[in-house]
Write a protein that binds this ligand. Sequence first.
Ligand code: AHR
Length: 516
Amino acid sequence: MKKCIVILFAVFFTSCLLAQNTAQLVVNGYNPQTTISRHIYGHFSEHLGRCIYDGFWVSDTLNVKKQGRIRLDVVDALKKIQVPNLRWPGGCFADEYHWRDGIGPRNQRPYMVNTNWGGVSEDNSFGTHEFLELCSLLNCEPYIAGNVGSGTVEEMAKWVEYLNSDAKSTMTDLRKQNGRNEPWRVKFWGVGNESWGCGGNMTADFYADQYKRYAVYCRNYNNAPLLKIASGANTADYNWTETLMKNVGAGRMWGLTLHYYTLPSGSWVTQGKGSATSFDEKEYFTTMKSCLYMEELVTRHSTIMDKYDPAKKCALVVDEWGVWTDVEPGTNPGFLFQQNSLRDALIAGTTLNIFNNHSDRVRMANLAQTVNVLQSIVLTQGTKMLLTPTYYVFDLYKVHQDAKLLPVNISSPDYVSGNAKIPAVNVSASQDSTGAVHISLVNIDAAKKINIKAALGGINFKNIKGQIITSGKFTDINTFDKPYNVIINAFNGAKKEGNDLLVELPPLSVVMLELK
Ligand code: AHR
């Protein structure tokens, strides 16, 4: 009798423990409505540190494959992940940038001091024509941020005319003289950047009026309608979103931005944000918690937008996001050069899942920044180039671009640290135009494997293909000597049971499943 009771208790406690490590997932495949815009998978390239100069745009003498001075190994890597749009020239730099300095013969372009980023000389050798050539090589849409902070309405209006008009004018003659006959027909147009901060320290009311004034003169030329994007809130500044929606209105903005960075230590101090490569589990946990805050931000800003724009015409554009750590020791603090670990891949996978799940409102986003700055997807050193763990997440997730969102519901076990807890697993799902279903799963837990039992409503499939990004430690990185530590591998931990899906999700992993 005693033995039976002991066995019963053992079974009970084992099943409790198992249940703790089990997530229940429901994926709704009936009648999907929302398209996940490919522009959620956008990137950002500022005149900052080694992103443009010594990143995309290198010296004539560097011995790598180039078109002009554009580095083609970087271009090829970005083409592989189908970068849909590239934001330029900033960032804070955009509000000090005068576009006419960056056109015409390169040896006659004026120099300026890049006061925001390290006080270095900017020779303007990379300007409008060079950026648009880069976008054409990448086969992506340009997203240009115009200067509201230190520029004039006339300057911005003339830039749009130079770019997009096919009529005869002094501006279009100048463009032709500089080697470009046809207008580029740039669509995505940012009216300022961080106007609450480096873009002019404005109040929301003042910026709303400025936006309306600048936006009037950013004209729609022949076959070149602009999608105008207003500078939006910093993090949880809900008043900014409310004011812009109320005073400007959805009819005048294609999009309204939100900027949010994940800070490991939660502090903006220059050195003290936390290292990119050396951190313990406590710091790992707080960083992932801070990353998950994006869910609340997107939800609350969207709720305000819904009040003024129930038809969801105006997009929420998260055009700066990612983890921001201390710079690598010995590098220029103004250059924001940081390494990229498995932790960053988990941040990217989690954030992209959040954006996918909110794609009715979030229709564009830009990770900061593409090459050699902040949460980069590519790092370069002389002729060498490496792809970061974050790059591989964009490679895995490209299947979600322009696919139909499948709503998900998950009850996840917690990942616990001290008195704090966060959901261990997050997920998003989509169905592409061929009918294939893709489910992206992230297990943040540093030690526990999570078993997932998924019910798939309205989805019939025969085969499962899996891919995974994982590694032994959250601090694992790719280096120029060992560039393939954290990459994509085949994943065999998913199986079909009836029409359910069972997945064994390893700790610290990003998994993409394809069901056909
Ligand atoms: O991405 C780096 C900087 O962060 C951008 O220039 C600015 O917009 C933000 O504060």
